[in-house]
Design a protein around this ligand. Structure first.
Ligand SMILES: C[S@@+](CC[C@H](N)C(=O)[O-])C[C@H]1O[C@@H](n2cnc3c(N)ncnc32)[C@H](O)[C@@H]1O
Length: 208
């Protein structure tokens, strides 16, 4: 599967890895201004690494839910257009501000992704909704934020089974989340993100 423009495979310490061109954020190695995108620390990175058809081309407008300290969303901002990064925990959001400092297209929003009405006045229609919130009700969050997605846009979702229910079989949880998603999305592709992320499912979907 082709990588978006602005994402390349480059050698770091003798082995090839995904990389984007931008300032380092989490102590990752850099070579010639390119920073290694560690797919073991990034669900979206793992979706690209495992060859999922994300539809990403580069330059898209992005709404990213669950930005944490900015590990993944900083790579996204390196190859995307305007990138709105929602995170509700104050501690990681401080680091997210640092990641945004050298990136004029990265807009951190200290908001709750379950309450899109609190940022609807700031976020423009987007081509891509990336979600990695690792919380109960992941389908509900994706549905609540569907309003921002253009008709031909894509949802790139990482579902963490344990966040829904630690005790249940992950496959059952995935089925339940996918069924709930159908209320507003057509699922195009799913793939396990193991061995990079235990009990995580990568999902590509489009609004319907
Ligand atoms: C697995 S971490 C995200 C890691 C990040 N996506 C990355 O790859 O760099 C999940 C994050 O989602 C945030 N989160 C969970 N529920 C949220 C909500 N309702 N609104 C905003 N952020 C939320 C958590 O605070 C946490 O920082």
């Amino acid at each position: 599967m082709s990588l978006p423009e602005g994402v390349e495979r480059r050698p770091f310490d003798g082995s090839e890895s995904l990389a984007t061109d931008g300032e380092a954020v989490y102590g990752e190695p850099t070579v010639d201004d390119w920073r290694r995108w560690d797919h073991r620390r990034s669900k979206l990175g793992a979706m690209l690494e495992t060859g999922m058809d994300t539809g990403l081309e580069g330059g898209e407008t992005v709404l990213y839910l669950g930005a944490a300290a900015g590990t993944t969303v900083s790579h996204v901002a390196d190859f995307a257009g305007p990138t709105y990064a929602v995170e509700f925990a104050a501690r990681p959001a401080r680091d997210l501000l640092d990641a945004a400092e050298p990136r004029e297209n990265l807009f951190p929003l200290l908001k709750d992704a379950r309450k899109p009405e609190t940022y609807a006045h700031v976020v423009e229609p987007v081509d891509v909704l990336v979600q990695d919130v690792a919380t109960r009700g992941q389908a509900k969050v994706a549905l609540a934020n569907r309003q921002f997605l253009r008709d031909d846009g894509r949802l790139l979702l990482a579902v963490k089974a344990r966040s829904e229910d630690v005790a249940r079989d992950p496959d059952e949880v995935f089925d339940e989340v996918l069924e709930a998603l159908e209320e507003g999305y057509e699922v195009l592709e799913t793939r396990s993100l193991e061995p990079f992320h235990d009990d995580h499912l990568g999902v590509v979907a489009r609004p319907e």
